[in-house]
Design a protein around this ligand. Structure first.
Ligand code: ZN
Length: 113
């Protein structure tokens, strides 16, 4: 499911919950979603790279068999989700800080646990 589709589903679901049960249920549902997202981030700390669309490569328009690796994800196609900065485990936060430092220093991406 795309993120847009997911957001639309949540908005419609939220409006329906509000219509059916009032504002307290809406707040409860929102808080429940945050908790579920925290749990989910610990289990699924990565997402597709938004710069290359998860492909990890940019192909030449003129010579389509040659490519360069995406500088953001280093050709990996996936990055650690920035939300783990706040919600992840200590190890995930440490790995995210190292990834960001590596990118800033122009070092090649390394896969971390
Ligand atoms: Zn990328």
């Amino acid at each position: 499911m795309s993120r847009t589709k997911w957001a639309l589903t949540m908005i419609i679901g939220g409006l329906l919950a509000y219509a059916a049960f009032g504002v307290l249920w809406l707040i409860g549902g929102g808080a429940g979603l945050v908790v579920l997202f925290m749990v989910s981030l610990r289990l699924h700390p990565r997402r597709g790279c938004s710069f290359c669309g998860g492909r990890g490569r940019f192909y030449s328009k003129l010579f389509p068999w040659v490519f360069r690796l995406c500088a953001h994800c280093g050709g990996n196609g996936r990055v650690l989700h920035p939300g783990i900065q706040y919600l992840g485990t200590d190890k995930q936060r440490r790995n995210l800080r190292r990834d960001v430092a590596d990118r800033r220093a122009g070092r090649h991406y390394r896969e971390r646990g």
